[in-house]
Write a protein that binds this ligand. Structure first.
Ligand code: FES
Length: 369
């Protein structure tokens, strides 16, 4: 090495040392560099290596992931955003963790159980292209679909891939020897669609508080949906905390049957996998949306959300779940009125934060985007 090269190298090392020791947060320095190498390695996502890919059913796989140790862990029933690059474009999606937090604490592993969705860009990519050894981005866990503490009798009603957070909760309850009756009514189209069948049967065998009832909806001449008798047959139903997770039809049916039985909202906990929609039938929706930062004005009609309108205009706002759960799409509305597609509630006309993925403009709206 020449003298000049040596001096340059020493200066570079000194500079790097100063950068590191003068900063409270070295990741804030490294992340922009890492982002150039791999955009997933920014601070909001932790690299997680795919250790194993397990087939659950014809259209559902479980990813066993090993996140870097900087990841903060989770509570049973919570969700995470993941970040993957699909055809050169960074994509975020939200999934429930299906493993118990104990697996993370003891072995540094977590699992996501993911069903292929018809037309689903990311779920199809995960099923068709993700390989063992690949690295994906894992966000911090969030969500309040949490087991009651101290122990109280629980009824889980799950449908299809809505079983995933419940798997995490049941594993945790069994490990903690949660001493209150726990019933799971699990609805699947056919017996072949049962996700984590062996795990559920093993849980039932070793966790005596658990009653497991798997109901196939499409195996008889008449579809067999949730019925009032199913609820009435659960011992001590009135004292149960009820946890709902599944498709909108099942959730609506369960909510109706529970409210007929006098359940208070506080005793019903729900999370969902597709965006439930309030009845916005009589509302006049749509309007001009001004994206102030991008100096763009775009017209919209019908119940398109602000996120859909922005994307159709070629913008790429930050987002995760597209279901109103993760708040990653939160954005400042400066003027105008929006309707919440989940609840049907109308916002005020002034400045406030809105979630782009569930907000539908009603008349002209300006966004700080
Ligand atoms: S993208 Fe998750 S709340 Fe909007």
């Amino acid at each position: 090495m020449t003298m000049l090269a040596k001096q340059t190298q020493q200066k570079a090392l000194h500079w790097l040392g100063r950068q590191l020791f003068n900063r409270d947060d070295p990741e804030a320095f490294f992340d922009p560099l890492l982002e150039r190498i791999n955009p997933m390695w920014v601070q909001e996502y932790t690299p997680a290596r795919v250790e194993q890919i397990l087939s659950e059913t014809g259209d559902t796989k479980t990813l066993v992931l090993k996140p870097a140790r900087r990841w903060s862990g989770f509570r049973a029933g919570q969700h995470v955003n993941i970040c993957v690059e699909v055809d050169g474009v960074r994509r975020n999606r939200t999934f429930s963790l299906s493993s118990s937090p104990l697996l993370w604490q003891e072995q540094g592993l977590v699992t996501l159980t993911i069903k292929r969705l018809p037309g689903g860009l990311v779920t199809n990519w995960l099923h068709d292209h993700l390989q063992t050894g690949a690295v994906i981005g894992l966000g911090e866990a969030f969500g309040d679909f949490l087991i009651p503490e101290p122990a109280r009798p629980v009824l889980f009603i799950a449908g299809g891939s809505g079983i995933t957070p419940v798997l995490s909760q049941l594993e945790t309850m069994a490990a903690q020897d949660y001493r209150a009756p726990v019933t799971l009514l699990y609805f699947v189209r056919t017996r072949d669609d049962v996700i984590a069948r062996e795990k559920l049967l093993a849980l039932k065998a070793r966790y005596s508080a658990l009653t497991l009832n798997i109901i196939a909806t499409n195996e008889s001449r008449e579809p067999r949906y949730l019925r009032g008798q199913d609820l009435d047959a659960v011992p001590g139903i009135k004292a149960r905390q009820v946890y709902l997770c599944g498709p909108k039809g099942l959730m609506d049916l369960a909510q109706g049957l529970l409210s007929e039985r006098g359940f208070a909202d506080a005793d019903i906990h729900s999370t969902f996998f597709s965006v439930p929609s309030a009845n916005l039938g009589n509302e006049t929706l749509g309007g001009e949306v001004q994206f102030e930062g991008s100096q763009m004005v775009v017209g919209s009609e019908g119940d398109a959300t602000l996120l859909e309108i922005a994307e159709a205009a070629g913008l790429t706002p930050r987002h995760g779940c597209r279901m109103g759960i993760c708040h990653q799409c939160s954005c400042r509305k400066t003027t105008g009125t929006v309707i919440n597609r989940l609840t049907g509630q109308t916002s005020g006309p002034g400045e406030e934060t809105v979630q782009l993925c569930i907000s539908v403009p009603r008349g002209p709206v300006s966004l700080d985007l």
